[in-house]
Design a protein around this ligand. Structure first.
Ligand SMILES: [Zn+2]
Length: 211
């Protein structure tokens, strides 16, 4: 098991000990450490990138046993980790925006079920219990409601209930989540809702962020 430091802290650097290192079929090295600041791909959020010592970490994945860093060279012993701050910040902003959109949609009774927070293809998917009864709203209306919440500068709150980590800001409804999040909603900046689409009982809200 790898201790996931990113769950409890926004620190982007740490030291760690390499537990295993093996070559992959793609010619990268799969490095497992006793702990990590790298957020692996999952929950709709892309993985962090960065460096372990001077070695580039291309991607980080989660297996049932461990968090695996896919690196450009072999590593061993005590190492220093550093997450690329710019990429982490963008991913946290996109992912946090997904939470806020999910919250507003849920207030409409849409029922958020999943999200994709990759840059350029970010979207939140809702699966209403009774799609025929759902009234869609204009993208502009949803956008202004989302941005109104963000502009309230709400502080992040993380709580643990029955072993699950719940994340929210201010008094908004909390969702169980293992992703990375901005400490204050104002860091998200302005959200642009490009499209709201209803198809086969699913509502998909596509969005992006102003740089
Ligand atoms: Zn989250």
């Amino acid at each position: 098991m790898t201790e996931a430091l990113y769950l409890a802290s926004d620190d982007l650097e740490c030291t760690a000990r390499v537990l295993s290192c093996r070559k992959t079929q793609e010619g990268l090295w799969a490095v497992v450490c006793d702990r990590t600041v790298f957020h692996p791909q999952g929950g709709g959020q892309p993985s962090d990138i960065g460096w372990i010592n001077e070695v580039v970490v291309r991607k980080v994945i989660h297996t049932p046993e461990a968090i695996v860093h896919l690196c450009e060279a072999a590593l061993g012993g005590e190492v220093s980790m550093a997450v690329d701050a710019k990429t982490r910040r963008l991913h946290s902003r996109l992912h946090s925006a997904g939470h806020i959109i999910g919250f507003v949609g849920d207030e409409y009774g849409w029922h958020a079920t999943k999200g994709n927070h990759f840059p350029g293809e970010s979207r939140v998917v809702f699966e209403p219990q009774n799609p025929e009864a759902i009234q869609l709203t204009e993208a502009e209306v949803l956008q202004s409601e989302v941005n109104a919440l963000i502009s309230q500068k709400l502080e992040r709150r993380i709580t643990e209930i029955d072993g699950l980590r719940y994340v929210t800001w201010g008094d908004l409804r909390a969702y169980p989540c293992g992703g990375t999040h901005v400490a204050n909603t104002e860091e998200i900046g302005k959200v642009c809702i490009s499209k709201i689409k209803m198809k086969k009982g699913q509502i998909t809200v596509s969005y992006s962020l102003e740089p």
